[in-house]
Design a protein around this ligand. Structure first.
Ligand SMILES: O=C(O)Cc1cc(O)ccc1O
Ligand SMILES: [Fe+2]
Length: 393
Protein backbone atom coordinates (compact mmCIF):
# COMPACT_ATOMS: atom_id res chain seq x y z
CA UNK A 1 0.00 0.00 0.00
CA UNK A 2 1.30 3.49 -0.71
CA UNK A 3 2.30 5.41 2.45
CA UNK A 4 -0.21 8.09 1.42
CA UNK A 5 -3.00 5.78 2.62
CA UNK A 6 -3.11 7.18 6.19
CA UNK A 7 -5.09 9.50 8.43
CA UNK A 8 -3.89 13.08 9.15
CA UNK A 9 -1.05 13.55 11.63
CA UNK A 10 -1.95 14.82 15.10
CA UNK A 11 0.58 16.46 17.46
CA UNK A 12 1.86 14.20 20.25
CA UNK A 13 1.62 15.52 23.84
CA UNK A 14 4.44 18.03 24.18
CA UNK A 15 5.76 16.79 27.53
CA UNK A 16 6.75 13.47 25.99
CA UNK A 17 9.59 14.97 24.05
CA UNK A 18 10.20 18.42 25.52
CA UNK A 19 13.73 17.33 26.49
CA UNK A 20 14.64 16.69 22.87
CA UNK A 21 13.25 19.96 21.50
CA UNK A 22 15.77 21.82 19.43
CA UNK A 23 13.71 24.99 19.58
CA UNK A 24 14.41 25.51 23.28
CA UNK A 25 16.73 28.31 24.31
CA UNK A 26 20.27 26.95 24.12
CA UNK A 27 23.22 27.89 26.32
CA UNK A 28 26.56 29.10 24.98
CA UNK A 29 29.90 28.98 26.78
CA UNK A 30 33.55 29.02 25.67
CA UNK A 31 34.50 26.87 28.71
CA UNK A 32 35.67 23.29 28.18
CA UNK A 33 32.96 20.83 29.23
CA UNK A 34 32.84 17.16 30.13
CA UNK A 35 30.10 14.75 31.11
CA UNK A 36 30.31 11.49 33.10
CA UNK A 37 28.52 8.50 31.53
CA UNK A 38 24.85 9.31 30.99
CA UNK A 39 22.35 7.28 33.05
CA UNK A 40 20.20 4.76 31.23
CA UNK A 41 16.47 5.24 31.66
CA UNK A 42 15.12 1.71 31.32
CA UNK A 43 11.52 2.88 31.06
CA UNK A 44 11.98 4.62 27.69
CA UNK A 45 11.87 3.38 24.11
CA UNK A 46 13.93 4.61 21.16
CA UNK A 47 11.69 7.55 20.22
CA UNK A 48 11.32 8.95 23.71
CA UNK A 49 14.84 8.34 24.92
CA UNK A 50 16.52 10.86 22.59
CA UNK A 51 17.84 13.73 24.66
CA UNK A 52 19.10 16.88 22.98
CA UNK A 53 22.60 17.67 24.22
CA UNK A 54 23.10 20.60 21.89
CA UNK A 55 23.44 21.71 18.33
CA UNK A 56 23.36 24.55 15.86
CA UNK A 57 20.97 25.70 13.17
CA UNK A 58 17.36 24.85 12.59
CA UNK A 59 15.56 21.95 10.90
CA UNK A 60 12.96 24.31 9.41
CA UNK A 61 15.57 26.09 7.32
CA UNK A 62 17.62 22.93 6.79
CA UNK A 63 20.73 24.25 8.43
CA UNK A 64 23.02 22.76 11.04
CA UNK A 65 23.05 19.62 13.14
CA UNK A 66 21.59 18.30 16.41
CA UNK A 67 23.67 16.34 18.95
CA UNK A 68 21.69 13.76 20.94
CA UNK A 69 22.25 11.13 23.62
CA UNK A 70 20.00 8.07 23.69
CA UNK A 71 19.61 5.69 26.62
CA UNK A 72 16.70 3.30 26.18
CA UNK A 73 15.55 0.17 27.99
CA UNK A 74 12.36 -0.72 26.09
CA UNK A 75 11.70 -1.99 22.60
CA UNK A 76 9.33 0.17 20.57
CA UNK A 77 5.75 -0.98 20.31
CA UNK A 78 5.89 -3.48 17.42
CA UNK A 79 2.97 -1.75 15.70
CA UNK A 80 4.66 1.64 15.64
CA UNK A 81 7.04 3.01 13.03
CA UNK A 82 9.02 6.22 13.40
CA UNK A 83 10.64 8.62 10.96
CA UNK A 84 12.26 12.02 11.06
CA UNK A 85 11.64 14.60 8.38
CA UNK A 86 14.27 16.81 10.03
CA UNK A 87 17.45 15.09 8.94
CA UNK A 88 19.66 12.06 8.41
CA UNK A 89 20.47 10.33 11.69
CA UNK A 90 23.92 8.93 12.50
CA UNK A 91 23.76 6.49 15.41
CA UNK A 92 26.97 5.69 17.34
CA UNK A 93 26.06 2.77 19.56
CA UNK A 94 28.01 2.63 22.81
CA UNK A 95 26.22 -0.16 24.68
CA UNK A 96 23.74 -2.89 23.76
CA UNK A 97 22.31 -4.05 20.45
CA UNK A 98 19.77 -2.33 18.16
CA UNK A 99 17.55 -4.49 16.00
CA UNK A 100 16.31 -1.92 13.50
CA UNK A 101 13.56 -2.86 11.14
CA UNK A 102 13.44 -0.30 8.35
CA UNK A 103 11.14 -0.01 5.37
CA UNK A 104 14.03 -1.28 3.26
CA UNK A 105 14.85 -4.27 5.49
CA UNK A 106 16.57 -5.21 8.76
CA UNK A 107 19.80 -3.86 10.27
CA UNK A 108 21.23 -5.48 13.39
CA UNK A 109 23.58 -2.93 14.95
CA UNK A 110 26.01 -4.51 17.41
CA UNK A 111 28.67 -3.04 19.71
CA UNK A 112 31.24 -0.93 17.84
CA UNK A 113 28.97 -0.69 14.80
CA UNK A 114 27.40 2.55 13.64
CA UNK A 115 24.34 3.11 11.52
CA UNK A 116 22.80 5.87 9.40
CA UNK A 117 19.04 6.22 8.84
CA UNK A 118 18.27 8.72 6.08
CA UNK A 119 15.63 11.41 6.50
CA UNK A 120 12.12 10.03 6.11
CA UNK A 121 12.85 6.28 6.22
CA UNK A 122 10.37 4.62 8.61
CA UNK A 123 11.70 2.21 11.19
CA UNK A 124 11.08 0.35 14.42
CA UNK A 125 13.77 -0.39 17.04
CA UNK A 126 13.79 -3.42 19.33
CA UNK A 127 16.41 -4.13 21.96
CA UNK A 128 17.32 -7.84 21.85
CA UNK A 129 20.12 -7.52 24.38
CA UNK A 130 18.81 -5.18 27.08
CA UNK A 131 19.33 -1.46 27.56
CA UNK A 132 21.21 0.63 25.01
CA UNK A 133 23.19 3.85 25.18
CA UNK A 134 24.87 5.92 22.54
CA UNK A 135 25.37 9.15 20.67
CA UNK A 136 23.24 10.33 17.75
CA UNK A 137 23.66 13.19 15.31
CA UNK A 138 20.85 14.55 13.18
CA UNK A 139 22.12 16.36 10.12
CA UNK A 140 19.54 18.95 9.09
CA UNK A 141 21.62 19.99 6.10
CA UNK A 142 23.29 17.84 3.42
CA UNK A 143 24.13 14.17 3.89
CA UNK A 144 26.81 12.06 5.53
CA UNK A 145 29.48 11.06 3.01
CA UNK A 146 32.88 9.42 2.90
CA UNK A 147 35.75 11.90 2.78
CA UNK A 148 37.78 12.48 -0.37
CA UNK A 149 40.92 10.41 0.00
CA UNK A 150 43.23 12.96 -1.69
CA UNK A 151 46.81 11.69 -1.84
CA UNK A 152 45.80 8.37 -0.24
CA UNK A 153 44.42 7.35 -3.62
CA UNK A 154 41.70 4.82 -4.15
CA UNK A 155 41.30 3.23 -0.74
CA UNK A 156 41.95 3.60 3.00
CA UNK A 157 40.14 4.83 6.14
CA UNK A 158 36.51 3.61 5.91
CA UNK A 159 36.23 1.73 2.62
CA UNK A 160 32.92 1.80 0.77
CA UNK A 161 33.04 -1.99 0.41
CA UNK A 162 32.66 -2.41 4.19
CA UNK A 163 29.33 -0.60 4.51
CA UNK A 164 26.36 -2.93 4.77
CA UNK A 165 22.86 -2.24 3.53
CA UNK A 166 19.60 -4.10 4.19
CA UNK A 167 17.81 -6.48 1.91
CA UNK A 168 14.09 -6.00 1.36
CA UNK A 169 11.96 -7.79 3.97
CA UNK A 170 8.20 -7.55 4.34
CA UNK A 171 5.22 -8.53 6.50
CA UNK A 172 3.09 -11.17 4.87
CA UNK A 173 -0.01 -10.08 6.75
CA UNK A 174 -0.45 -6.47 5.64
CA UNK A 175 -3.69 -5.67 7.44
CA UNK A 176 -2.46 -4.62 10.91
CA UNK A 177 -3.23 -1.18 12.22
CA UNK A 178 0.01 0.83 12.54
CA UNK A 179 0.87 4.06 14.29
CA UNK A 180 3.34 6.22 12.39
CA UNK A 181 5.24 8.69 14.56
CA UNK A 182 6.91 11.58 12.74
CA UNK A 183 9.54 14.02 13.94
CA UNK A 184 8.76 17.13 11.94
CA UNK A 185 10.32 20.52 12.58
CA UNK A 186 11.41 19.48 16.05
CA UNK A 187 7.99 18.18 17.14
CA UNK A 188 6.44 14.73 17.29
CA UNK A 189 3.23 13.88 15.42
CA UNK A 190 1.41 10.60 14.94
CA UNK A 191 -0.96 9.13 12.40
CA UNK A 192 -2.81 5.83 12.18
CA UNK A 193 -3.06 3.59 9.13
CA UNK A 194 -4.67 0.23 8.58
CA UNK A 195 -1.72 -1.41 6.84
CA UNK A 196 1.87 -2.20 7.66
CA UNK A 197 4.59 0.20 6.46
CA UNK A 198 6.88 -2.83 6.16
CA UNK A 199 5.48 -4.07 2.86
CA UNK A 200 8.33 -3.35 0.44
CA UNK A 201 9.16 -6.49 -1.51
CA UNK A 202 12.15 -5.09 -3.42
CA UNK A 203 13.93 -1.78 -3.78
CA UNK A 204 16.71 -0.14 -5.73
CA UNK A 205 18.47 3.20 -5.71
CA UNK A 206 20.99 5.10 -3.62
CA UNK A 207 18.87 6.32 -0.69
CA UNK A 208 19.10 3.66 2.00
CA UNK A 209 20.09 3.02 5.61
CA UNK A 210 23.48 1.47 6.20
CA UNK A 211 25.75 0.22 8.95
CA UNK A 212 29.50 -0.08 9.40
CA UNK A 213 31.71 -2.02 11.79
CA UNK A 214 34.29 0.46 13.12
CA UNK A 215 36.73 -2.45 13.53
CA UNK A 216 37.15 -2.41 9.73
CA UNK A 217 38.64 1.09 9.70
CA UNK A 218 42.06 1.28 8.06
CA UNK A 219 44.01 3.70 10.21
CA UNK A 220 46.74 5.89 8.72
CA UNK A 221 49.58 7.45 10.72
CA UNK A 222 52.92 9.21 10.72
CA UNK A 223 55.90 6.93 10.05
CA UNK A 224 58.59 9.58 10.50
CA UNK A 225 58.06 12.37 13.00
CA UNK A 226 55.39 14.71 14.38
CA UNK A 227 51.81 14.26 15.48
CA UNK A 228 49.40 14.63 12.54
CA UNK A 229 46.00 16.24 12.79
CA UNK A 230 43.33 13.61 13.55
CA UNK A 231 41.62 14.52 10.29
CA UNK A 232 43.72 11.60 8.99
CA UNK A 233 41.31 9.43 10.99
CA UNK A 234 38.19 10.87 9.34
CA UNK A 235 35.47 8.28 9.19
CA UNK A 236 32.46 10.20 7.86
CA UNK A 237 32.10 13.77 6.77
CA UNK A 238 29.14 15.71 5.44
CA UNK A 239 28.39 17.12 2.03
CA UNK A 240 27.98 20.71 3.26
CA UNK A 241 30.87 20.86 5.74
CA UNK A 242 28.69 20.98 8.82
CA UNK A 243 29.86 17.78 10.38
CA UNK A 244 32.91 15.55 10.39
CA UNK A 245 33.69 12.54 12.54
CA UNK A 246 37.05 10.87 13.20
CA UNK A 247 37.75 7.77 15.28
CA UNK A 248 40.74 6.80 17.45
CA UNK A 249 41.04 3.03 17.06
CA UNK A 250 43.89 0.93 18.45
CA UNK A 251 47.00 1.93 16.43
CA UNK A 252 50.77 1.95 16.44
CA UNK A 253 52.67 5.12 17.20
CA UNK A 254 56.27 4.96 16.06
CA UNK A 255 57.16 8.57 15.30
CA UNK A 256 60.66 9.71 16.32
CA UNK A 257 61.35 12.76 18.51
CA UNK A 258 57.63 13.20 19.03
CA UNK A 259 55.64 13.32 22.22
CA UNK A 260 52.83 10.83 21.72
CA UNK A 261 49.65 12.47 23.08
CA UNK A 262 48.00 15.36 21.19
CA UNK A 263 49.55 18.80 21.29
CA UNK A 264 47.86 21.63 23.20
CA UNK A 265 45.65 23.36 20.72
CA UNK A 266 42.68 25.52 19.88
CA UNK A 267 40.54 24.67 16.90
CA UNK A 268 38.39 26.69 14.53
CA UNK A 269 35.96 23.76 14.83
CA UNK A 270 34.11 22.62 17.94
CA UNK A 271 35.39 19.20 19.04
CA UNK A 272 32.84 16.92 20.67
CA UNK A 273 34.24 13.61 21.89
CA UNK A 274 32.65 10.37 22.99
CA UNK A 275 34.10 7.09 24.18
CA UNK A 276 32.68 3.73 23.10
CA UNK A 277 35.00 1.60 25.23
CA UNK A 278 38.30 1.61 27.12
CA UNK A 279 40.41 4.67 27.80
CA UNK A 280 41.32 7.47 25.38
CA UNK A 281 45.10 7.88 25.24
CA UNK A 282 44.88 11.68 25.04
CA UNK A 283 43.10 12.02 28.41
CA UNK A 284 43.95 9.37 31.02
CA UNK A 285 42.88 11.16 34.21
CA UNK A 286 39.91 8.80 34.63
CA UNK A 287 37.22 11.40 33.99
CA UNK A 288 36.60 10.66 30.30
CA UNK A 289 34.66 7.41 30.47
CA UNK A 290 32.76 5.16 28.09
CA UNK A 291 29.25 6.55 27.66
CA UNK A 292 30.32 10.06 28.68
CA UNK A 293 31.36 12.99 26.47
CA UNK A 294 33.43 16.15 26.28
CA UNK A 295 33.12 19.38 24.34
CA UNK A 296 35.99 21.70 23.49
CA UNK A 297 34.13 24.34 21.61
CA UNK A 298 35.28 26.68 18.82
CA UNK A 299 38.65 28.07 20.00
CA UNK A 300 38.34 26.21 23.32
CA UNK A 301 41.92 25.47 24.47
CA UNK A 302 42.62 21.85 25.34
CA UNK A 303 45.08 18.97 25.18
CA UNK A 304 46.32 16.20 27.46
CA UNK A 305 45.51 16.42 31.16
CA UNK A 306 48.49 17.39 33.31
CA UNK A 307 49.33 13.85 34.40
CA UNK A 308 49.18 12.43 30.85
CA UNK A 309 51.45 15.26 29.79
CA UNK A 310 53.89 14.65 32.65
CA UNK A 311 54.14 10.93 31.92
CA UNK A 312 54.50 11.44 28.17
CA UNK A 313 57.24 14.04 28.66
CA UNK A 314 59.55 11.52 30.31
CA UNK A 315 58.44 8.37 28.49
CA UNK A 316 61.01 6.51 26.48
CA UNK A 317 60.11 6.68 22.80
CA UNK A 318 59.76 3.34 21.15
CA UNK A 319 57.09 1.97 18.82
CA UNK A 320 54.04 1.64 20.97
CA UNK A 321 50.52 0.39 20.44
CA UNK A 322 47.97 2.77 21.91
CA UNK A 323 44.26 2.45 22.35
CA UNK A 324 44.21 -1.34 22.74
CA UNK A 325 40.67 -2.26 23.83
CA UNK A 326 39.60 1.33 23.34
CA UNK A 327 37.54 3.30 20.84
CA UNK A 328 37.03 7.05 21.04
CA UNK A 329 35.61 9.42 18.45
CA UNK A 330 35.63 13.15 17.82
CA UNK A 331 32.91 15.02 15.96
CA UNK A 332 33.88 18.40 14.58
CA UNK A 333 31.61 21.18 13.41
CA UNK A 334 32.51 24.76 12.50
CA UNK A 335 29.23 25.91 14.06
CA UNK A 336 28.96 27.36 17.55
CA UNK A 337 27.17 24.65 19.50
CA UNK A 338 24.41 25.71 21.85
CA UNK A 339 23.80 23.36 24.77
CA UNK A 340 20.44 22.28 26.15
CA UNK A 341 19.42 22.84 29.77
CA UNK A 342 19.56 19.07 30.06
CA UNK A 343 23.25 19.11 29.07
CA UNK A 344 24.09 21.96 31.41
CA UNK A 345 22.10 20.78 34.41
CA UNK A 346 19.22 18.33 33.94
CA UNK A 347 21.33 15.28 33.16
CA UNK A 348 23.30 15.73 36.39
CA UNK A 349 26.44 14.47 34.65
CA UNK A 350 28.35 17.63 33.82
CA UNK A 351 31.69 17.65 35.63
CA UNK A 352 31.80 21.10 37.15
CA UNK A 353 35.52 20.86 37.97
CA UNK A 354 36.62 19.49 34.57
CA UNK A 355 38.79 22.43 33.62
CA UNK A 356 40.60 22.69 36.96
CA UNK A 357 41.09 18.97 37.39
CA UNK A 358 42.45 18.50 33.89
CA UNK A 359 44.75 21.43 33.20
CA UNK A 360 45.37 23.59 36.26
CA UNK A 361 48.02 21.09 37.38
CA UNK A 362 50.21 21.94 34.37
CA UNK A 363 53.56 23.48 35.23
CA UNK A 364 55.84 25.59 33.04
CA UNK A 365 58.02 23.04 31.30
CA UNK A 366 61.09 25.01 30.30
CA UNK A 367 63.34 27.08 32.50
CA UNK A 368 64.64 30.33 31.16
CA UNK A 369 68.40 30.18 31.79
CA UNK A 370 69.48 33.28 33.70
CA UNK A 371 72.36 33.69 31.25
CA UNK A 372 70.11 33.84 28.20
CA UNK A 373 69.21 37.37 27.29
CA UNK A 374 65.66 38.02 26.16
CA UNK A 375 66.84 38.90 22.68
CA UNK A 376 68.10 35.38 21.92
CA UNK A 377 66.25 32.12 21.42
CA UNK A 378 66.40 29.73 24.35
CA UNK A 379 69.80 28.07 24.22
CA UNK A 380 68.72 25.02 26.14
CA UNK A 381 65.96 22.69 24.94
CA UNK A 382 65.72 24.43 21.62
CA UNK A 383 64.60 22.28 18.70
CA UNK A 384 66.84 22.94 15.75
CA UNK A 385 67.00 21.65 12.22
CA UNK A 386 70.13 20.42 10.54
CA UNK A 387 70.72 20.76 6.83
CA UNK A 388 68.91 17.53 6.06
CA UNK A 389 65.78 18.68 7.79
CA UNK A 390 65.87 16.10 10.58
CA UNK A 391 64.78 17.26 13.99
CA UNK A 392 67.39 17.32 16.73
CA UNK A 393 66.90 18.17 20.36
O1 LIG B 1 41.47 16.97 21.36
C1 LIG B 1 41.54 15.76 21.19
O2 LIG B 1 41.86 14.96 22.08
C2 LIG B 1 41.38 15.21 19.77
C3 LIG B 1 42.68 15.35 19.06
C4 LIG B 1 43.58 14.31 19.03
C5 LIG B 1 44.81 14.48 18.42
O3 LIG B 1 45.67 13.46 18.38
C6 LIG B 1 45.15 15.71 17.84
C7 LIG B 1 44.23 16.75 17.87
C8 LIG B 1 43.00 16.59 18.49
O4 LIG B 1 42.09 17.57 18.53
FE1 LIG C 1 41.36 18.55 20.10
Amino acid sequence: MPSAHQRPFEPEPEEQFAHSRFGQKLNYTPTQLRWSPFDIDESLDWIHSMRLLGGAGDPATRSGVGFFIFTAGQSMDPKTAYFSADGDLLIILQQGVLDIRTELGHLLVRPKEICVIPRGIRYNVTLPDGPVRGYAFELFQGNFTLPDLGPLGSFGLANARDFQIPEAAFDEDTTHEYRIVAKFNDRLFSSVQDHTPFDIVAWHGSYYPYKYDLGRFMTIGSVSYDHPDPSIFTFLTSSEQVFEMAIFPPRWLAMENTMRPPWYHRNTMAEYMGLIEGEYDGRTDGGFRAGGASLHTVMGAHGPDSETHRKASVAELHPQKVGEGSLAFVVETPMLLGLSDWAMKGCGKRQENYNAQTWLGLKPHYEFPASAKRKSTLLKDVVDMDVNGYHQS
